[in-house]
Ligand binder design. Structure first.
Ligand SMILES: [Mg+2]
Length: 227
């Protein structure tokens, strides 16, 4: 098949999984190890943000210039800590993933992940569901989530040889919605992260879980390619 009518890209944290604070713990520990300074990061400092944005901001907060070299070193420390952390604190896989993926397959459409996590960080946090996603756009690309969304169709074509006519981003924060808007994609929001439905009302559709999203996909009631 040389094309795919529609591509659904799922955010990771708060959408597919909850890492139980593994990311936050690893960020603060990495900054501590690198700079010797303590930093406080709230869930709102992290949700919907790319890893590169978080590193860069955290370094500025402790008075360090976020040079490429500094970010590369913090990244290395972060991934080392995250590797250890996920062994003792595996994340929670949210309901409805297999239902959503099989609904998309039934429709003859495609899927992957789009996340601000670095590729290895995403793999570590996703654990057993990592292999369910044949395609991914990861945080190495840019500090800006919008850039990830803008590049997604080209990356999908480069990796799979398939062209896609439309794209839906599924995420749990206003940043996912903004990224979808900038890339001309459909914005689907789920309330399984830290944001309530009211804060996600700019999305084209808001669901309480991926299970609800899957049901809607199967009903064919929502033609996502035409929103
Ligand atoms: Mg998220």
């Amino acid at each position: 098949m040389n094309n795919c009518p529609h591509l659904y890209l799922f955010d990771v944290d708060g959408t597919l999984i909850r890492s139980g604070g593994a990311g936050r713990h690893s960020f603060t520990a990495a900054i501590r190890e690198f700079s010797g300074k303590e930093i406080e990061l709230t869930p709102k400092d992290l949700s919907g943000r790319t890893d590169l944005f978080i590193f860069s901001n955290a370094l500025k907060k402790v008075g360090i210039d976020p040079t490429a070299q500094a970010i590369a070193r913090v990244t290395e420390i972060y991934l080392k800590i995250l590797r250890e952390r996920v062994v003792s604190y595996p994340g929670e896989i949210l309901p409805g993933i297999s239902e959503a993926l099989s609904a998309i397959e039934t429709r003859g459409e495609c899927y992957g992940v789009l996340t601000g996590n670095l590729r290895e960080g995403a793999a570590l946090k996703m654990g057993s569901i990592w292999n369910s996603f044949p395609f991914g756009v990861f945080g190495e690309i840019s500090e800006r989530r919008e850039d990830l969304a803008l590049k997604a169709p080209d990356l999908f074509f480069q990796e799979t040889g398939k062209k896609t006519q439309g794209m839906t981003l599924i995420g749990d924060t206003p940043f996912d919605i903004e990224a979808a808007r900038e890339a001309g994609a459909v914005a689907v929001a789920v309330t399984t992260g830290i944001y309530a439905a009211q804060e996600l009302q700019n999305a084209d559709k808001v669901y309480n879980s991926l299970l609800e999203f899957a049901r809607d996909l199967l009903k064919g009631a929502s033609n996502f390619s035409k929103i």
